[in-house]
Ligand binder design. Structure first.
Ligand code: NAD
Ligand code: TYD
Length: 339
């Protein structure tokens, strides 16, 4: 099936994945009118969308997904919503959980209500593999129970549950994607890979929690965006899709690969105190998304090289972010490893 969408409301697209997705969609579906709604939190950045400024069929609205009146008026002018808007960083969720509950749960409910009221064709909620919780063995399938363990993942699971309740109770045409760890251009330098790269550029220590052995599935952001595009246009409503590569990589392996690409010594790696409640492993069964015809195109080695090159070439993008509040957060977050 192919869904022909005309007017799309994309929430949270001034951030990392949303901005990559909007640029991707301009290429694959240039006829779709796009309204971006974003609060421009510390993680939102208009520079991420600068190349779209002034393009016909694109507009940016500065606002909060929790603002019922604003969301209602934008939903009245559109046919579908893709929601990227969220507080997204686990370590920050341990410092300020309420902001996560507000945006990731209540904000999602506000969007669902507006989509229901205006009879939208589809509501796509961008969720995360973290809702499955720590997966010590096997791989998570879409029907597994959700067992989130951090305020971030619990808030994302809360958003999923409210959206699911709208689907069950009011027939909201819901799609959910559960992506694994994204990396690539325009990622705010608080997540692992941009922390490693930008610190290595400046010969600062590369902090790894505990012994760096926690495992993630790192997916290049463009691959994730292609999958989201495919789900949005082709998937039957009512479905959930895991999106990842199926490859497991430890933090230490990522750090060593980044240092090798950059020609920097391994002695830059610094083991620091573990994240409280650190999920040791996420691993996805990706058979459902591959059955739609999607597959990984950019393997980790190539993706890391492209990402390193982008950060090396764009200090004007990330250097201003690593100042003031960022270093306050950084000092609060990273503590010495006590052995
Ligand atoms: P990000 O932190 O880079 O961007 C989040 C965006 O949402 C920012 O532009 C921010 O200004 C905006 N925002 C926050 N609160 C808002 C509010 N109340 N109203 C309107 N806008 C608001 O995040 P990201 O890494 O691009 O993640 C995007 C989505 O994908 C999130 O829903 C996240 O949970 C999900 N996800 C992320 C990853 C990952 O590895 N980064 C993996 C899987 C799923
Ligand atoms: P992160 O990028 O925060 O994503 P997640 O939401 O999956 O936790 O972290 C990825 C992995 O890297 C996770 O196991 C925690 C670890 N990590 C570090 O070791 N050092 C760091 O500075 C950060 C940010 C993460």
């Amino acid at each position: 099936m192919t869904r022909r969408l005309k007017r799309l409301l994309v929430a949270g697209a001034a951030g990392f994945i949303g901005s990559n997705f909007v640029r991707h969609l301009r290429r694959t579906h240039p006829d779709v009118e796009i309204t971006v709604l974003d609060k421009l939190t510390y993680a939102g950045n208009l520079a991420n969308l600068a190349e779209l400024d002034g393009q016909p069929g694109y507009r940016f609205v500065h606002g909060d997904i929790c603002d019922e009146k604003l969301v209602d008026s934008l939903a009245a002018e559109t046919d579908a919503i893709v929601n990227f808007a969220a507080e997204t960083h686990v370590d920050r969720s341990l410092m300020d959980p309420f902001a996560f509950v507000e945006t990731d749960v209540r904000g999602t409910a506000v969007l669902c209500e507006a989509a229901r009221k205006h009879g939208h064709e589809v509501f796509l909620l961008i969720s995360t593999d973290e809702v499955y919780g720590d997966v010590r063995t096997g791989r998570s399938t879409e029907t597994d129970p959700l067992k989130p363990r951090s305020p971030y993942s619990a808030s994302k699971a809360g958003g999923e549950h409210i959206a699911q309740a709208y689907a069950e109770s009011f027939g909201l045409p819901l799609l959910v994607t559960r992506g694994s760890n994204n990396y690539g251009p325009h990622q705010y330098p608080e997540k692992l890979i941009p922390v490693l790269i930008t610190n290595a550029i400046d010969d600062r220590p590369l902090p790894l929690y505990n012994d760096g052995s926690a495992v993630r599935d790192y997916v290049f952001v463009e691959d994730h965006c292609r999958a989201i595009d495919q789900v949005l246009h082709e998937a039957p409503v009512g479905n959930v899709y895991n999106i990842g590569t199926g490859v497991e990589t430890s933090g230490l392996q990522v750090a060593e690969a980044v240092l090798a690409i950059m020609g920097k010594p391994k002695s830059l790696i610094e083991f620091v105190a573990d994240r409280p409640g650190h999920d040791y492993r996420y691993a996805l069964d990706i058979s459902r998304i591959t059955a739609l015809g999607w597959e990984t195109q950019v393997e980790l080695g190539e993706g890391l090289e492209r990402t390193v090159r982008w950060y090396v070439d764009h200090p004007d993008w990330w250097r201003p972010l690593k100042s003031g509040e960022y270093w306050e957060y950084y000092r609060r977050n990273y503590r010495p490893l006590v052995t």
